[in-house]
Design a protein around this ligand. Sequence first.
Ligand code: NAD
Length: 256
Amino acid sequence: MSALLAGKTALVLGVANRWSIAWAIAQAFQREGAHLILTYQGERQRLTVEELAGELDGAECFSCDVTQEAELTALRSRLEATGKPLDVLVHSIAFANREDLSRPFVETSRDGFALAHDVSAYSLVSVSRTVAPLMSSGGSIMTLTYLGAQRVVTNYNVMGVAKAALEASVRYLAADLGAQGIRVNGISAGPIKTASARGIKDFSSVLDAVASRAPLKRNCEPGEVADTAVFLASDLGRGVTGNVLYVDAGFQIMGL
Ligand code: NAD
């Protein structure tokens, strides 16, 4: 089978280290022939992300802290300067204060609520606005979400509420950008051990619950999320927009 993403350029936000879901996606995109552009969040991450980018053929690396409007403007200029249209955006970013992922949701502060929504939901809107003009031949935008958007998951708290806003944003963006041939979707991944996941209190009990109750009797793997991202990025996904696809070993269908 020929490479599914040959000739496509993909911008991937959210690689922090080798365990990041975004890194699994970047590797799968490379396997399928895409040209990769990665971003890092500030100087603290630069060396790690540049080192990882060095493992991908000809990948470029730009700075982008999504809370800084000036960084989005600079990102747009750097993308324009490449002289190539953009085909794919992967938004794999989230943040909430640690204390908001352990105490009761009702204790969430105004600032903590705003921060979680700014980084984890609004950034999909602002980054989509930044890159959509560069998707001159249409494109595919995707974000990472979690079941906590739809159901109560202990300790996920404000992040669940931010993911609900993110999933609604997927639908509104899909409606806005569809006329330009840009598709917007979410991938709802099952729990995966990453730096962000470790910030959630008792995360290992979530992994155990999924492994015992999911139809596939195991947790999902980053590579499975990445292959779904390949599908959405490729022409195979050309009829799919405004959707949230679950890659969770089937856990979300289970009731009692
Ligand atoms: P991760 O910690 O590797 O990635 C989170 C990324 O968000 C990091 O690269 C971090 O730099 C970035 N980020 C945070 N604030 C930012 C900012 N202001 N500007 C730019 N980047 C910023 O963890 P991950 O688990 O790979 O998370 C990626 C996405 O997947 C998140 O949206 C997360 O909610 C989602 N997700 C994770 C799981 C899981 O169990 N790990 C499950 C479902 C969905």
